[in-house]
Write a protein that binds this ligand. Structure first.
Ligand SMILES: NC(=O)c1ccc[n+]([C@@H]2O[C@H](COP(=O)([O-])OP(=O)(O)OC[C@H]3O[C@@H](n4cnc5c(N)ncnc54)[C@H](OP(=O)(O)O)[C@@H]3O)[C@@H](O)[C@H]2O)c1
Length: 248
């Protein structure tokens, strides 16, 4: 098993990519801590993962919430080996319709949330620890209506390099996994009508060189590679899993 007896924190572990990663990390021997904002979804996810999971409610945009998660992990396990800073969201809007509130919300969750997660968890990581951040193919391409979401992910790509450099002397690795369009509830939360969602889905299937959406487990497997010692000589990098969307 690739994560035998490791302690793995997964934010956004109640749904989609995070939930699949939490299941896979558990199958690979880790004790998994999942974080989300909603108690009902946390309990449902924990039920799917089975034993060896701790579900903690926290809003990653609030540094105090993240601190509380880390202190509960410190008390229960004494350390963290793997951080999958994955919680995220997006709101679609054309340039003229983007509001200040939409900008703040997306940067709060996607950028500040990841930053606080890494900042508060890092002191519990030792040499050999691995941090994986979920970016997006959007940080490499221009997509109408997704300017702010894309910018949050570009900021994360930069953060992975900076924090990789800061934490390398301690033997802690920091990498990103960059998903293409993946079949998760993410898209239904973008604020698009069901007609717009259907049209976008068809357009995406046409644009992706492999002509399909990815599955959450395909991202979970990439996150597992980055989380485990299989990638022991890899830091500051971004593993792109996008059906060729940003690469071809
Ligand atoms: N799906 C795609 O096509 C795609 C493509 C590229 C990148 N990504 C990235 O992949 C990551 C996971 O997305 P997904 O597709 O799995 O979407 P998802 O199914 O909507 O899952 C999002 C997760 O983030 C959690 N979350 C959101 N806001 C939070 C907050 N303030 N505090 C704590 N947890 C919060 C949600 O939990 P609760 O709602 O229970 O709080 C949920 O577990 C995101 O960073 C997303 O940007 C997705």
């Amino acid at each position: 098993m690739k994560l035998s007896n490791k302690i793995a924190l997964v934010t956004g572990g109640t749904s989609g990519i995070g939930l699949e990663a939490a299941k896979l990390f558990r199958q690979e021997g880790a004790n998994v801590i999942i974080v989300g904002t909603n108690q009902v979804r946390l309990e449902a996810a924990a039920g799917q993962i089975g034993d060896g999971v701790t579900a903690l409610r926290a809003d990653v945009t609030k540094s105090g919430d993240v601190e509380s998660v880390v202190s509960q992990i410190r008390e229960k396990f004494g350390r963290i080996d793997v951080v999958f800073a994955n919680a995220g969201m997006g709101l679609a809007a054309p340039l003229e319709a983007v509001t200040e509130e939409q900008i703040d919300t997306q940067f709060d969750v996607n950028f500040k949330g990841v930053f606080f997660t890494v900042q508060k968890a890092a002191p519990l990581l030792a040499k050999g620890g691995s941090i994986v951040v979920t970016t997006s193919f959007l940080n490499e391409v221009g997509t109408p209506g997704l300017s702010i979401l894309s910018a949050t992910k570009a900021a994360l790509r930069s953060l992975v390099r900076s924090l990789g450099a800061e934490l390398a002397p301690q033997g802690i690795r920091v990498n990103a996994v960059s998903p293409g369009p993946i079949s998760t509830p993410f898209h239904s939360k973008l604020g698009l009508s069901s007609k717009q969602l259907d049209e976008t889905a068809s357009a995406i299937e046409e644009q992706v060189p492999l002509h399909r959406f990815g599955e959450p487990v395909e991202i979970a497997r990439a996150a597992l590679f980055l989380a485990s010692d299989d990638s022991a000589f890899t830091t500051g990098s971004e593993l792109v899993v996008d059906g060729g969307m940003s690469q071809l």
